[in-house]
Design a protein around this ligand. Structure first.
Ligand code: GLY
Ligand code: MN
Ligand code: MN
Length: 495
């Protein structure tokens, strides 16, 4: 990457402007810019303003979401930041990912953006929304080519007028927001954890409890997905299916290298078709499959062992899939692998069957766990009766985690929701959740026969609650063992 201009000599000229001199993001004024060059750079640029832009596809949905939030907090100013770049090392940053709350309410993903819902004046009901963004770079004062956030360095931004057309929200310059918030009267709440500058401006005006209520509300609001969101989740899953197919086709290359080849292959699909991966891909071969969040992905890939691949593409609009398949690396499950796989499959079938409107959220977990407990008793790993095993939770030595979670903009979506609205709640049409039972026999678990040790199996699908039951969004990937083998054989034929 090119380096930004740095001060060779802090006393040399700076661009002459009426306003404050341009500063680098780092530490100084830009030197070595002659008056002639500064003057030259001001002009000779075409007007590229875009007119008559169509609103983004989700604009009417984001308006509905803002209206629902407005109704929940009458008379209060609500501040929802996108967040800022985070330093990775020195002057390099992690890829920016806008906050879920901001994306949900605006459809925008611009770093440093802030949505403000301002109570309407004179006691009128509702709020006026304004989105605060960094405008196009000024060419007169040189910021477009001299500032670290200048468009010449980071790319063209939308003008505020363009953003208004796209998002359907009036837009203002974000550089004026913090000072305005500091002096604005009246009650205010902020979504914390995204923008330290905004938090500093509001520090005397907010409380942790009231801010948390805003976050909880936004988390619960996302439980039922609208038509746009369901379409995006299906896109995320469809790209994920293609990513899994990609991985099967390169298993020989992974054998020759490591789990990293699998990680990189899936990532390629995610970056080409979507925004990114929705979470760190778990590419766990052999005994690594028994580590629930194995993301180091630096192990060997060996024939005769299983690959547990848990990965999801995140769409350009930031909705993610979350899918797991446990595949035989050589294309055929051996006897013990298949025995464990079939048990997990039966558990998942029971779990998916329990997903329907009106069911308690916990029902699918209970149904899946019951099947696994029955198998563990049948295999002699636990002493029955099954009811006692379940009551004491003894199966959990090998089932380890909950059977699923809400899915959406976050892989573990709605995570701030209250217990009564989530795990103690009831399923409704439009909710989307994973059903992902697993069995994990650690390599050093002396309580199971040796042949079980080092085997981990999880099967995870993304299930939409419909009016009359459910729809498996990830049905494009086979789950039943024979079907997995046939699917792999077909893909490997094409290599
Ligand atoms: N990929 C993390 C999970 O399945 O919840
Ligand atoms: Mn999951
Ligand atoms: Mn997963």
């Amino acid at each position: 990457m090119a380096e930004e201009l740095t001060p060779e000599n802090p006393d040399t000229e700076t661009p002459e402007t009426e306003e404050a001199p341009i500063k680098t993001r780092k530490n100084g004024l830009y030197p070595g810019v002659s008056d002639e060059l500064a003057e030259n750079m001001k002009s000779g640029w075409a007007d590229t303003e875009l007119h008559g832009l169509e609103p983004i596809a989700q604009a009417s949905h984001t308006a509905d979401r803002r209206a629902a939030l407005s109704a929940a907090f009458p008379g209060e100013r609500l501040v929802i930041p996108a967040g800022n770049l985070k330093t990775r090392s020195n002057d390099t940053e992690y890829a920016f990912r806008a906050s879920t709350e901001y994306t949900y309410l605006t459809g925008d993903q611009t770093q440093d953006g802030v949505l403000v819902l301002e109570p309407r004046p004179r006691g009128a009901a509702g709020h006026n929304a304004t989105i605060y963004l960094l405008p196009r770079s000024n060419r007169e004062n040189g910021e477009f080519w001299l500032d670290g956030q200048g468009e010449l360095w980071v790319g063209r931004r939308h003008s505020l007028a363009e953003a208004e057309q796209l998002l359907g929200i009036p837009a203002k310059d974000v550089r004026e927001l913090a000072a305005a918030l500091k002096v604005a009267p009246g009650p205010v709440r902020n979504v914390r954890g995204h923008d330290a500058g905004i938090e500093a401006a509001l520090t005397d005006k907010v409380t942790a409890e009231r801010d948390e209520e805003l976050r909880v509300r936004l988390s619960e609001a996302r439980a039922v997905k609208d038509a746009f969101e369901i379409g995006e989740l299906q896109k995320a899953v469809d790209s994920t299916v293609r990513g899994f197919e990609d991985v099967v086709r390169i298993l020989d290359k992974a054998e020759a290298t490591s789990e990293r080849y699998i990680e990189g292959t899936f990532f390629l699909r995610a970056r080409v078709e979507g925004n990114d991966i929705g979470y760190g891909s778990i590419c766990a071969a052999g005994p690594h499959a028994t580590t629930l969040h194995w993301v180091r992905n630096n192990g060997d890939v060996r024939r005769g062992e299983l690959l547990l691949l848990d990965a999801g593409v995140e769409t350009h609009t930031l909705y993610t899939a979350d899918v797991t398949r446990t595949l035989p690396i050589d294309g055929r499950y051996n006897e013990i692998q298949r025995k464990i796989y079939d048990a997990v499959y039966a558990s998942q079938e029971a779990g998916i069957a329990a997903v329907r409107p009106g069911a308690k959220y916990r029902d699918f977990h209970d149904a899946s766990q019951r099947v696994l407990a029955e198998k563990l008793v049948e295999w002699g790993l636990l002493e029955g009766p099954v009811a006692r095993v379940l009551e004491l939770g003894l199966q959990r030595r090998w089932t380890l985690h909950g059977t699923g979670h809400m899915l959406g903009l976050d892989v573990h979506d709605c995570a701030a929701a209250r217990t009564e609205a989530y795990v103690d709640g009831t399923l409704e049409p439009g909710m989307c959740l994973t059903v992902e039972p697993g069995l994990y026999f650690q390599a050093d678990d002396l309580t199971v026969p040796e042949e079980y040790r080092g085997i981990g199996v999880r099967i995870e699908d993304d299930i939409l609650v419909t009016e009359d039951g459910n729809r498996n969004l990830s049905a494009g990937l086979p789950r039943q063992a024979d079907e997995v083998e046939a699917w792999m054989a077909e893909l490997l034929k094409q290599v």
